[in-house]
Design a protein around this ligand. Structure first.
Ligand code: NDP
Ligand code: 2IT
Length: 447
């Protein structure tokens, strides 16, 4: 699909953000999906809804200075992009990775608007992070970095304003250090961050939510084609939070997960991944995935991440990072018999890869829908914080499951209404957009 009515919107996005390729990629995909919506809703075009939705409401850039274990002063850059608050407080994770720049945070914040809308819960879109590299840093260094980061961030966030959480490089440990610093400065015990520890405001099942939710979504997406996890061979990239709990749920659903990766390489274990060992390596030791071989010499380890998509599988779940599957990798997956791709990571497939899935009838679960279980459960954490009450694991998991079923229904119905019933990417982009557009229209133009 090419742009027509929305070409001028995209031209402006390119003119303003030409040096941010990931943001341009995300905007182009969404605007292409929204062409038929613009055609049916000229009043939204006239009210500048499309022009406004691609421009963040606020972008905050700040210096993060901290002292390393050797006593040396380090300076990183901090980001928070508050993209859209039409349907609720800004909500989205923080990413700590050396590749982080404004364009990456903007693509993530933009995607978050539609994802959060799809959850059916009242959360707007935002994202933040830093170019800080946590690898090889001591707990003390991580703590001092997190504290310095929050010393600035705290003035921009709040439980009814903007509620950050984790993403790549930010898990329970980092949320703890940041929450402590927020409380120290503000003297408020509130739900200002999600992904908190159990016992101090965290929700049961938040840790598992993104990976579990991905499997719940894909189970629904695969049903019409008669596919399921039961008996399927699955390849999963990454070995972080999302990958680990996707492996756990896919295995519970009867699949055999045969590969996992990290940024150095991948392991292939045709007997099925030993998940307790991966948890021990990654969650406790914070080690490398190649350490798996010490306990499983029959498995293989290959340096470099790309080759993971050459392993034959029925279902592929990219759960590492953006653009990790290109057109060639997608073609290889299809050639080797892959029938379904579910995106645990944000924007893991390039536009060429997506074209390849759609042209070959692969069941494609787009990130905005498929990985929305994490942020949905963050919103459930916010609800529990507001009530000063905690639900059991089973209650949260049941709500998460229902939310993922509902997201799938919304995406499929919107896709059908717009004439391309199996295109869940089209459906997710449209369904996510409609609720935000109605809210923006109702709330008028001036802020
Ligand atoms: P983690 O930091 O827990 O794990 C990230 C994993 O991906 C690690 O195995 C990491 O390897 C690997 N990885 C990271 N960057 C790269 C890279 N450039 N190339 C190859 N591998 C890489 O993060 P999460 O599991 O939380 O996040 C994974 C993906 O899921 C991200 O795209 C994130 O945006 C998305 N996501 C996360 C949600 C959440 O709730 N956490 C919710 C929705 C989406 P290494 O250890 O070597 O760095
Ligand atoms: O990409 C994402 O949806 C996340 N990293 C989770 C965000 C959140 O607020 O829980």
């Amino acid at each position: 699909m090419r742009l027509n009515r929305l070409q001028s919107v995209m031209d402006q996005v390119v003119a303003r953000n030409g040096n941010e390729p990931e943001f341009l990629q995300a905007a182009q995909e969404v605007l292409e999906s929204l062409e038929p919506v613009a055609e049916r809703n000229p009043e939204w075009v006239a009210a500048g809804i499309f022009d406004r939705i691609v421009e963040p409401e606020r972008q905050i850039l700040f210096r993060v200075a901290w002292v390393d274990d050797a006593g040396k002063v380090q300076v990183n850059r901090g980001f928070r992009v508050q993209f859209n608050s039409a349907i609720g407080p800004y909500k989205g994770g923080l990413r700590f990775h050396p590749s982080v720049n404004l364009g990456i945070i903007k693509f993530l914040g933009f995607e978050q608007i539609f994802k959060n809308s799809l959850t059916g819960l009242p959360i707007g879109g935002g994202k933040g992070g830093s170019d800080f590299n946590p690898k090889g840093r001591s707990d003390g260094e991580i703590m001092r970095f997190c504290q310095s980061f929050m010393t600035e961030l705290q003035r921009h966030i709040g439980p009814d304003t903007d509620v950050p959480a984790g993403d790549i490089g930010v898990g329970g440990r980092e949320i703890g250090f940041m929450y402590g610093q927020y409380k120290r400065i503000r003297n408020d015990f509130t739900g200002v961050l999600t992904g908190k520890g159990i016992g101090w405001g965290g929700s049961l099942a938040r840790t598992e939510a993104t990976g579990y939710g991905l499997c719940y979504f894909m189970e629904e997406a695969m049903k019409p084609g008669g596919l399921s996890f039961d008996g399927a061979t699955v390849v999963i990239s990454g070995s972080g939070n999302v990958a680990i709990y996707a492996t756990e749920k896919a295995t519970q659903m009867g699949a055999k997960v045969v590969a996992l990766s990290d940024s150095n390489g991948y392991i292939h274990d045709p007997d099925g991944i030993d998940l307790p060992l991966v948890k021990e390596i990654k969650e406790i030791r914070k080690g490398r995935i190649r350490e798996y071989l010490a306990a499983h010499p029959a498995a293989t380890y290959v340096d470099g991440c790309d080759g993971i998509w050459s392993i034959p599988c029925d279902i592929a779940l990219p759960c590492a990072t953006q653009n990790e599957i290109d057109g060639q990798a997608a073609a290889l997956l299809v050639r080797n018999g892959c029938k379904a791709v579910g995106e645990g990571a944000n924007m893991p497939s390039t536009p060429e890869a997506i074209e390849c899935y759609l042209a070959n009838g692969v069941v494609y679960g787009p990130a905005k829908a498929a990985n929305a279980g994490g942020v949905a459960t963050s919103a459930l954490e916010m609800s529990q914080n507001s009530m000063r009450y905690s639900w059991t694991f089973e209650e949260v998991d049941r709500k998460l499951h229902q939310i993922m079923v509902d997201i799938h229904t919304q995406a499929r119905s919107a896709a059908a209404e717009y004439g391309d019933p199996d295109n869940l990417m089209l459906g997710a982009n449209i369904a996510g957009f409609l609720k935000v557009a109605r809210a923006m229209y109702a709330q008028g133009i001036a802020y």
